[in-house]
Design a protein around this ligand. Structure first.
Ligand SMILES: NC(=O)c1ccc[n+]([C@@H]2O[C@H](COP(=O)([O-])OP(=O)(O)OC[C@H]3O[C@@H](n4cnc5c(N)ncnc54)[C@H](O)[C@@H]3O)[C@@H](O)[C@H]2O)c1
Length: 259
């Protein structure tokens, strides 16, 4: 098999629909020669149905990233399909409704704790769970939404993403000796299930359409997916703790260009 990822074994979390960023990651990974194992959360039969739409049907392992038993048994379950992993994709995020849409000042700690557990701490949990399967040169990639600024309506999810961006640097620090890389892709807004659950998400859509110097498609997951896979390929051997923006250039521009 030829391709950028020929012979690589990847674990891809986060497929819930065929709009999921993780779906594009799994699809392009297979097209580039990788062997893909998926994890699914909650509605497993739905994830299995979506997995059938991939170029090659991929096995699905149940994983709630907040469930320590499921995390502990992950290596054994992955080994039923592949003998190790070259890459792990964390494409997971969730915040209870109180944490989004302008509720920053009122969201209770229990809800904020859930957002941080699922969206931030789980990046570390997933990496550590997969460690027995990883060797030198392997990589972990997660997805963020630029957390250097406060965004109207993103609220505690923004705080969780800021934590994720910091956790990425700490993961790079702690896994570096083992030759394992940790990187994030900072994607622009994409119409996925997670995005649709954010009240006022259209504000991001309008801002990006107006400002991104390269333009931005709200329905094209491929650019973000390709960056995830490039980071897991052999072409970023000395890159870790990094955040690659795949946002049409939005983050670099201070104001909307003149019409
Ligand atoms: N869509 C966007 O605009 C956008 C932009 C930048 C970053 N991101 C990030 O991309 C990642 C993927 O999101 P998406 O946009 O593809 O949406 P999505 O809704 O398709 O994917 C989110 C996934 O998180 C999973 N998940 C939620 N709780 C979980 C748990 N406890 N255990 C395991 N999995 C759990 C869901 O099952 C789902 O598959 C998220 O980290 C998201 O924050 C999205």
């Amino acid at each position: 098999m030829s391709g950028l990822l020929a012979g690589k074994r990847l674990l891809v979390t986060g497929i819930i629909t065929d709009q999921s960023i993780a779906f594009s990651v799994a699809k392009i990974a297979q097209e580039e020669g990788a062997e893909v194992v998926l994890t699914g959360f909650g509605r497993l039969s739905l994830v299995e149905r979506i997995a059938k739409r991939l170029p090659k049907e991929a096995p699905v392992i149940e994983l709630d990233v907040t469930n320590s038993e499921q995390l502990a048994s992950l290596p054994e379950k992955v080994r039923e399909h592949v003998d190790g992993l070259d890459g792990v994709v964390h494409s997971i995020g969730y915040a209870p409704p109180s944490c989004l849409g302008g509720g920053f000042l009122d969201a209770p700690w229990e809800d904020v704790a859930t957002a941080v557990h699922v969206s931030t701490y789980s990046y570390k949990s997933l990496a550590v769970a997969c460690l027995p399967l990883l060797s030198r040169g392997a990589g972990i990639v997660g997805l963020t939404f630029d957390a250097t600024l406060a965004w109207p309506v993103y609220d505690w999810m923004g705080v969780a993403k800021a934590g994720l961006e910091s956790a990425n640097r700490y993961l790079a620090l702690h896994l570096g000796k083992q030759g394992i890389r940790a990187n994030l892709v900072s994607a622009g807004p994409l119409r996925t299930m997670a995005a649709k659950s954010i009240p006022g998400f259209e504000q991001f859509e309008d801002a990006w359409t107006e400002r991104a110097p390269l333009g931005w498609s709200l329905t094209d997951q491929e650019p973000a997916a390709k960056a995830v896979l490039a980071l897991l390929s052999d072409w970023f051997p000395a890159t870790t703790g990094e955040i690659v923006h795949v946002d049409g250039g939005y983050h670099a521009i201070g104001a909307s260009p003149a019409a």
